[in-house]
Write a protein that binds this ligand. Structure first.
Ligand code: SF4
Length: 463
């Protein structure tokens, strides 16, 4: 009998999609999965390794799971993903408790490795004779095992990144940007729609790089992110919302903004990491766009896509970032008033150009700057939330609540991406109106009646 396998996935949504495809390939090959590593014969850890804190978390997880060899049913520990790609030799030397190291999780390779492992563990010769399907079949025809709740799913449209931001190790780990063929993405998305997915979230390291490496458009449509969005919008059934994450400022085109503004299914939401508000820091980061062009872009985006929700990410404490540079970053977020924002402190990454730069900012000062960004952003978000009172919003239900009266559901507006943004607590229509029977993925209209910190409160419209 095939061994039972558990996956532990760390890091970003791109890693989750890799695990989901690998799990799908194993299930279709007769392996059974468990969510509990303690009851698995084989555990596959999909690691993250792009900054120090992520590496520590991955190592801790490996050591913790390895303990199950002594206490649990664990017989084989397999480690893959970004940490394993970046530090293979060191890990092999330092972690003898790991039976096998892999690169980024690939469904074809995972299937072959698990067959071999099964043969070793059961003493039965690997069936080897049976032809392992080609990459295309595995990716397209075999359903992913979703790790997200079934009503939303990520669509990974490309692997790697061809940008060269001086602080980032991802191109060293995942290589240059390689787009998935649009026809394959349509096939994959359609299968997700048939499986009940209502929200499709497009991800890559840089989604706006999409298609630049593809030879000629398939189906005659220019293959870039705007073209892909148009095809998804016109060809998919069952999917209610399409969301775009990880865009790159200098690659936001008018055509992209037009397709967002003209579609009701593509939510007016754009995740556009700016990283800094200072020209000298942006130049040292090799972001390819300065402060005034960045500001111009945000004003244009707000003009071309009215009501858009803008998310951004910032890095504070980049080597050489002066107090004046930092104040320019604060000034930029005060001017743009992002609805959603994340901030990170610079992480010294070996092999990246910024690792060699002088003028490192002390850890304490980096933390102070990050806290100041969050404090400024907090006031902006509370003001924005306050201004929404009385507005009608469209909400996708994420979960049912039975212990938080008067709220019966938690959901998100079109302006909230899952797992990173805020939510809206919903109570049913007032008065004698019948209470709706809602499930995750259902879409309702609600009046915003207030907010609890960053989360909104809403009452479902009676109609
Ligand atoms: S866009 Fe820049 S920060 Fe993002 S993955 Fe690519 S190189 Fe890294």
């Amino acid at each position: 009998m095939n061994p039972t396998i558990a996956f532990v996935t760390l890091g970003c949504a791109k890693n989750s999609v890799d695990s989901e495809k690998a799990m799908g390939a194993l299930v279709s090959d007769g392996f059974s999965l468990t969510q509990d590593p303690a009851s698995a014969d084989v555990v596959i850890i999909n690691t993250c390794g792009f900054i120090e804190s992520a590496r520590e978390e991955s190592i801790d997880e490996i050591l913790q799971i390895a303990e199950l060899k002594k206490t649990g049913s664990l017989r084989s520990l397999i480690v893959g993903g970004c940490l394993a790609v970046r530090y293979r030799d060191e890990l092999e030397a330092e972690l003898p408790e790991v039976d096998r190291f892999l690169g980024l999780l690939d469904p074809v390779e995972i299937r072959a490795v698990c067959r071999e492992t099964a043969a070793q563990l059961t003493g039965h010769a690997d069936s080897g004779g049976v032809e392992i399907p080609g990459r295309a079949e595995v990716l397209l025809d075999i359903p992913r095992v979703l790790t997200t709740p079934g009503h939303f799913a990520y669509l990974k449209i490309a692997e790697g990144c061809s940008n060269a931001c001086s602080f980032c190790a991802i191109p060293l780990i995942r290589g240059v940007s390689v787009s998935v063929e649009p026809d394959d993405l349509i096939t994959e998305s359609a299968a997700l729609g048939r499986a009940g997915v209502k929200e499709l979230i497009l991800i890559a390291q840089d989604t706006t790089l999409y298609g630049r490496d593809l030879k000629g458009g398939s189906g005659g449509i220019t293959t870039d992110i705007a073209g892909l969005l148009r095809r998804l919008d016109s060809e998919l059934e069952g999917i209610e919302w399409i969301r775009l994450m990880y865009a790159y400022p200098s690659r936001v085109t008018d055509d992209l903004l037009d397709v967002m503004a003209s579609s009701s299914r593509i939510v007016s939401y754009l995740d556009l990491p700016v990283q800094s508000g200072s020209d000298s820091v942006l130049e040292a980061m090799r972001r390819g766009m300065g402060r005034s062009a960045t500001l111009e872009l945000f004003h244009k985006v707000r003009d071309r896509v009215p009501g858009i929700t803008l998310r951004t990410s910032l890095i504070v404490g980049f080597p050489g970032e002066s107090e004046r540079d930092f104040l320019e970053t604060l000034d930029l977020i005060t001017e743009v008033r992002f609805e959603r924002l994340g901030v990170f402190t610079w992480s010294p990454e070996e092999g990246t150009p910024s690792f060699e730069l002088d003028g490192r900012v002390p850890e304490e000062e980096m933390e102070r700057r990050a806290a100041e960004v969050l404090s400024v952003q907090r006031n902006i978000m509370l003001e924005i939330n306050g201004s929404l009172t009385g507005e009608m919003v469209e909400v996708m239900v994420d979960e049912l609540l039975d212990d938080l009266p008067p709220f019966s559901w938690l959901g998100r507006t079109r302006g909230d991406a899952p797992e990173v943004d805020q939510g809206i607590y919903l109570e049913g229509p007032g008065g004698d109106a019948p209470q709706p029977e809602l499930k995750p993925g259902d879409i309702v209209h609600a009046e915003v009646v207030g907010h609890i910190d960053f989360d909104l409160e809403g009452v479902i419209a009676g109609d």
